[in-house]
Design a protein around this ligand. Structure first.
Ligand code: SAM
Length: 237
């Protein structure tokens, strides 16, 4: 077996542990102990979500990016902020449930502020309409951050600001993805935000289990969504 394949098999084992049915607390403890290996492991999986999400946000959010305040929700080790910095953004706040992941993010000295907080359990610890853009990358999926977080992402975004979200299109995440898209549409129909970008990506990352590998590909699909917050809700009938 080539070294690369050996690495991939080992990472699949690690991810299987991450996705096993467990409580949120156990999942965050898993991230705590994975934190120092996380970036090496996800690069073996060819995890491109932070790079692609940053490019997508930069494409819709033009002009004076260095002065735009971005909230990186479920920031982990800071991959999304790093990629956003390559695209001209420079002001970041970050939030994550895992202390271990936040410790790695802190060392990068990218964020002006980092907070440890659980997502999907009530309000985010921020005032309303604080951020020019809110990103959540790699965390909207089954067993991680619940769909119920969406109104909170919207609340903390400034009117006219952007919310950039990603999810995976692998078989075991399809039910979650459908619920996510239903909630996105519901918020749009209520006039709270409007969709400005949907980008489907075929080779999102390497599949992490045999059952996700198809005849056509050993990658799973993923999606980037960007919504713009409306200045005042305008109900669409
Ligand atoms: C796959 S990592 C993604 C990290 C980073 N955004 C990236 O793209 O590399 C998922 C992150 O979400 C955090 N997370 C997952 N569920 C969470 C929850 N319910 N509350 C807070 N953090 C959560 C984990 O601690 C982890 O850092």
């Amino acid at each position: 077996m080539a070294n690369y394949d050996k690495g991939l098999q080992q990472v699949r084992g690690v991810i299987a542990a991450a996705h096993k049915d467990c409580s949120l607390l156990e999942k965050l403890q898993f991230y705590d102990q994975w934190a120092t290996q996380y970036e090496e492991d996800v690069s073996i999986l060819e995890y491109k979500a932070p790079h692609l999400a940053a490019l997508a946000l930069a494409s819709v959010c033009q002009g004076k990016q260095e002065s735009k305040l971005v909230l990186d929700v479920a920031c982990g080790t800071g991959r999304a902020a790093e990629e956003l910095q390559h695209n001209g953004f420079n002001l970041f706040h970050g939030l994550d449930g895992s202390k271990g992941m936040l410790e790695i993010a802190k060392k990068k000295e990218l964020y002006q502020e980092l907070k440890q907080s659980m997502l999907g359990q009530g309000q985010l610890p921020y005032d309303s309409e604080m951020y020019d853009a809110v990103v959540i990358v790699g965390a909207l999926s089954d067993g991680q951050v619940p769909v119920s977080v969406l109104p909170e992402l919207l609340r903390v975004t400034k009117p006219g600001g952007f919310v950039c979200m990603t999810t995976r299109g692998n078989i075991s995440n399809l039910k979650y993805k459908a619920e996510l898209e239903e909630e996105m549409s519901s918020l749009q129909n209520k006039g709270f935000w409007e969709q400005v970008l949907v980008q489907e990506v075929e080779q999102w990352e390497k599949a992490t289990s045999e059952k996700e590998i198809t005849q056509e590909s050993d990658y799973i699909r993923g999606v980037i969504y960007i919504y713009r917050k409306m200045s005042a809700p305008s109900i669409v009938s």
